[in-house]
Ligand binder design. Structure first.
Ligand SMILES: [Fe+2]
Ligand SMILES: [Fe+2]
Length: 180
């Protein structure tokens, strides 16, 4: 395994074999953490890592953050949030924080995609790599805080306050969003 490969566990978590909503959401969080870590690893990749591998890492990161992450945000804001607001008003402020953080992440994500493009076009340019690190490191910190907040409050409320039928409906919506 090279330095820029994400862990096999997180790839397995993306295989679509899960049916339980919490497992699906936890698997999404594992992927967010893996790709945030991959962006940091690309920025700090030693010279022994080939240009092709850096470019491949940039492309995988770009695909994930541009295409897959917005689906997870939609899952939370469009499928989870309305049902929890109805069933569990005690987590309304946590949900508002969640949504506000999604908005705060947007400019950081745009900057990340810009810097990934720059590194992909000059993989061993140290200035481009430093610019990537300047975005990827704080974004990883912001994601970690965001994900933990959701796992501690929102995921717990999904488990405790939504019915089995509501959770099944949300799973169907998640699958429809990805056309699974
Ligand atoms: Fe989120
Ligand atoms: Fe999340």
């Amino acid at each position: 395994m090279t330095r820029l490969q994400i862990s096999k566990a997180s790839v397995a978590a993306s295989s679509g074999a899960h049916s339980d909503l919490i497992e699906l959401l936890v698997a999404c969080h594992a992927r967010i953490r893996s790709f945030a870590q991959l962006a940091v690893a690309i920025a700090g990749a030693p010279s022994a890592v080939s240009e092709a591998e850096i470019i491949d890492g940039c492309e995988r990161c770009t695909r994930y953050f541009a295409e897959a992450l917005p689906l997870h945000v939609a899952d939370e804001e469009q499928s989870v949030m309305p049902r929890l607001l109805a069933n569990a008003p005690e987590v309304a402020s946590a949900l508002q924080t969640m949504q506000a953080e999604h908005h705060e992440h947007e400019p950081l994500l745009r900057a990340l995609l810009t810097q990934l493009r720059a590194v992909a076009s000059a993989p061993h340019d140290l200035v481009a790599r430093a610019a990537l690190a300047a975005v990827a490191v704080p974004l990883q910190t912001a994601f970690e805080q965001h994900l933990r907040g959701e796992e501690d409050t929102v995921f717990r409320a999904i488990r405790d306050r939504l019915t089995v039928a509501q959770r099944a409906e949300i799973v169907e919506e998640l699958r429809a969003r990805r056309q699974l």
